[in-house]
Write a protein that binds this ligand. Structure first.
Ligand code: 5GP
Ligand code: ZN
Length: 116
């Protein structure tokens, strides 16, 4: 499995940096964002390192997305939001700051929830 020793999220996958895990299987890890935009803000990553969507193998994307509904349902049950944004930034110009492909799950609670 490809691993970048300078990558924060690869370190989280390897357990070298602690995280609050929401979901884990052989290929995918979901954990709470260190800086919660709203309550339950979660990041979903493939364990295998890819910088962004332009590098992400289709097979990795398929495995990742196959568990997206399950993770979304878990977030809904746990945090009881009234909506959920799923976002992905690719490239610095698009707001990407960690260069290991990831999706943001941002639970929404109505006007004034801090996002958007
Ligand atoms: P980006 O801006 O690349 O789309 O999102 C990167 C996200 O990673 C940010 O929301 C940031 O708060 C989060 N993040 C950065 N470093 C860490 C970390 O060490 N642990 C966790 N849980 N989240 C992190
Ligand atoms: Zn990585």
């Amino acid at each position: 499995m490809s691993h970048d020793s300078n990558c924060i999220f690869c370190k989280i996958v390897a357990g070298e940096i602690p995280s609050y895990k929401v979901y884990e299987d052989e290929n995918v890890l979901a954990f709470l964002d260190i800086s919660q935009v709203t309550k339950g803000h979660t990041l979903i990553i493939p364990k295998e390192h890819s910088t962004d969507i332009f590098e992400l193998p289709a097979e990795t994307a398929a495995k990742l997305y196959s568990v997206v509904p399950k993770i979304a349902s878990g977030i809904k049950q746990t945090f009881n939001p009234i909506g959920l944004n799923i976002l992905n930034n690719n490239g610095e110009a698009a707001g990407q700051s960690v260069f290991h492909y990831h999706m943001h799950f941002i639970p929404r609670y109505g006007q004034g929830d801090g996002f958007g």
